[in-house]
Design a protein. Sequence first.
Length: 83
Amino acid sequence: VDMAIQQLLDGRRIEFCSESRSGELAPIDCGGMWKQRLRWTIGWDETSLKHGGAFTDAGRLNCRARCGLVWTFIVRWLMTVLT
């Protein structure tokens, strides 16, 4: 996530690649799944705090990208709190 945000802030485009593949090993038990989700949440929150200024910096991102970042980071956090 952090790398993708850095690329967007540098003016690069991220496009869909149908040939790419990614995999992961699923956690064995509920405790492992909880720890994995917690690591992911902490990573998202760290990235949100690190790049939060880009949400308001009009010169670095276009309106569409800025709205996407707000949705991805702020609304995600809000929905986590509300659920």
